[in-house]
Write a protein that binds this ligand. Structure first.
Ligand SMILES: Nc1ncnc2c1ncn2[C@@H]1O[C@H](COP(=O)(O)OP(=O)(O)OP(=O)(O)O)[C@@H](O)[C@H]1O
Ligand SMILES: [Mg+2]
Length: 238
C-alpha cells in the first residue's frame, strides 16, 4: 500500500480492502454450493445415460461430460480464489521453517518421483525460528512446487534451500524447468495471469499475498530453457 498516504487514509483504504475481500469471498461461497449441486446432478444424469445403449444417449453423455469438465474448472477457480481471499488472515506461531519444508517434501516425493524430478533439500541446520502461519506456508510450498513440476514435464531437479542472513530467513525454490520469458516474469504476480490452459493464474498472487502478510518479500529470477529461482525472505523472530 502507498506509504505516502496519511495514516487515516491508509486505514480507510485498508478497511475498504477488507470489505471487498469479504464480499468477494462471500460471493465465491455462494457460487460454490449451487455449483456442487449442478455437478452432483450431472453425475447422476451421466449414470442414467450410461445405462441406455443408443446413439442419442451417447451424444447426450458427451455433452454431459463437457458440462462436468467445465464445472470442475469453475470449482478449481473458485477454490484458488477462496485461498487468495484467505491469504491475508494469519495465525502466526514461532516454528521451524526446515520442519515445514521437510514435511512438505515427504508429501511431494511420490509425485516428484513419478515425474522424474529429483528433490534436493539443503536446509541450514542452524536456522533460527520464524513466525509462520503453517497452513498458509504449506500453501506457498504447494503452489511453488506445483508450478515447478508443471515446468519440468521431462523431469529435472527441484531444490529447496534455507539459510539465514542477518535477522532474515531465506527460502529458495529452484527448478531446472522451461523458465519464463520477460513478459511472463513481469506479469506472473498479476491476478488471473496464466500461460497454461486451465490455470487460474492465482497461484503466485496467493503466494505473494501470504509472504507479504508475513512481513516478507518474494523475488524471482528465470531464464527460458534453464529454469527458475524464487527467493523468499522472512523476518526473523529477534
Ligand atoms: N517455476 C515456473 N517455471 C516456469 N513458469 C512458471 C513457473 N512458475 C510460474 N510460472 C508462470 O507463471 C504463470 C502464473 O503462475 P500461477 O501459479 O500464478 O498460475 P498458473 O500456474 O498458471 O495457474 P494455477 O496456479 O491456478 O494452476 C504460469 O502460468 C507460468 O507461465
Ligand atoms: Mg500455479
Amino acid at each position: 500500500m502507498n506509504s505516502a498516504l496519511k495514516p487515516d487514509e491508509r486505514e480507510r483504504l485498508q478497511a475498504q480492502n477488507t470489505e471487498l475481500a469479504t464480499l468477494a469471498g462471500g460471493l465465491a461461497h455462494e457460487i460454490r454450493n449451487p455449483l456442487s449441486t449442478i455437478r452432483m446432478n450431472l453425475e447422476l444424469l451421466a449414470e442414467d445415460l450410461t445405462e441406455e445403449d443408443s446413439g442419442n444417449a451417447r451424444r447426450m453423455l458427451n455433452r454431459v461430460a463437457k458440462l462436468q469438465s467445465e464445472c470442475l474448472n469453475l470449482e478449481g477457480v473458485l477454490n484458488a480464489f477462496l485461498q487468495f481471499a484467505k491469504a491475508g488472515q494469519l495465525d502466526l506461531q514461532p516454528c521451524s521453517l526446515n520442519e515445514e519444508v521437510d514435511r512438505f517434501l515427504k508429501f511431494l516425493t511420490a509425485e516428484a518421483t513419478e515425474q522424474q524430478v529429483e528433490l534436493r533439500p539443503h536446509l541450514d541446520a542452524n536456522l533460527p525460528q520464524v513466525n509462520l502461519d503453517k497452513a498458509l506456508m504449506r500453501q506457498v510450498l504447494t503452489n511453488l512446487a506445483r508450478n515447478a513440476l508443471q515446468a519440468m514435464p521431462q523431469g529435472g531437479t527441484l531444490e529447496f534451500i534455507t539459510m539465514s542472513r542477518d535477522n532474515e530467513i531465506a527460502l529458495e525454490v529452484i527448478d531446472t524447468g522451461e523458465g519464463m520469458d520477460e513478459k511472463t516474469v513481469s506479469h506472473m504476480f498479476q491476478a488471473f495471469f496464466s500461460t497454461r490452459s486451465g490455470g487460474s493464474g492465482l497461484g503466485l498472487p496467493t503466494v505473494r499475498r501470504i509472504i507479504e502478510s508475513h512481513g516478507g518479500t518474494i523475488a524471482c529470477e528465470s531464464e527460458p530453457g534453464r529454469g527458475t529461482r524464487f527467493t523468499i525472505l522472512l523476518p526473523g523472530t529477534n
